[in-house]
Design a binder for this molecule. Structure first.
Ligand SMILES: [Zn+2]
Length: 252
């Protein structure tokens, strides 16, 4: 592992270094970590914000959108001054202001079958902040094939779903195992259904938290489980699911 923490870094990260599961060893793991965030919207903003503050060493961001006035109510890093600019360009500057320890790698494009393999290979942990199931299933397929960690968030109206997959282990169920018969790829899209801003913030923050726990090698409470959040009734529950036969995760 790379060099020791500087005095400035010890001061900057002191409130998390003091935690039993972090310490200077954990902080060095965070500073050496390598995370890709797919989508810089309502989920991506809190993920990028908190991972930058925590000191994630290398942060990749892939997004092809410009900031629209209708984004601001939930996409917590942007302001009205940023409307019309590319999200990734704005984020690169803001991350530098938040924490110069973080190196950013920007991809101003859509993630597709053509580039997914090449991009995912460059990172250890993939955080899904996309707003559609076509992308989520694409990430599921390639993160599994490349044996990466994949942390998925999905939001709609007042509801959120969170998954955390460690595909280094071959026996884990995958995203398709859960949604196999349940979801049409066109549904569960916040653009069509609407979304309350803090729902995106809460789900994105849980994804950031699970990412840091993964970097610190802490137990994955979501192995073969989904976290289901209903913020209208303020309920958080976990539900187990198992590996399905004839799923993409059974393919070699
Ligand atoms: Zn599966």
């Amino acid at each position: 592992m790379k060099k020791n923490l500087s005095n400035k870094q010890i001061e900057k990260y002191s409130r998390q270094i003091v935690l039993k599961n972090v310490g200077t060893i954990g902080q060095k793991k965070i500073l050496n970590s390598n995370v890709l965030v797919v989508g810089a919207g309502g989920l991506g903003c809190p993920v990028i914000d908190y991972l930058s503050r925590a000191g994630v060493g290398r942060l990749g961001i892939i997004d092809y959108d410009k900031i629209d006035p209708s984004n601001i109510h939930r996409q917590s890093i942007y302001t009205f001054k940023d409307v019309g600019k590319y999200k990734v360009d704005v984020l690169k500057k803001k991350i530098m202001d938040i924490n110069p320890d973080v190196k950013t790698k920007i991809f101003k494009s859509k993630i597709t079958i053509k580039n997914v393999d090449k991009i995912l290979k460059q990172f250890d942990i993939i955080v899904d902040g996309s707003d559609n199931f076509k992308t989520k299933f694409l990430l599921n397929k390639f993160a599994r094939r490349l044996k990466k960690t994949l942390i998925v968030g999905a939001i709609s109206k007042y509801d959120g779903h969170v998954f955390s997959f460690n595909f280094k282990r071959n026996n884990e169920a995958c995203l398709k195992c859960f949604y196999q018969s349940e979801v049409n790829e066109e549904v569960l899209n916040c653009e069509s259904d609407g979304i309350l801003g803090p729902v995106a913030g809460i789900v994105g923050n849980i994804q950031a938290n699970e990412t840091l726990k993964n970097i610190l090698n802490l137990k994955n409470e979501l192995k073969d489980k989904i976290l289901i959040i209903d913020l209208l009734n303020l309920s958080f529950r976990q539900s187990s699911f198992s590996k399905k036969k004839n799923c993409v995760c059974g393919e070699k």
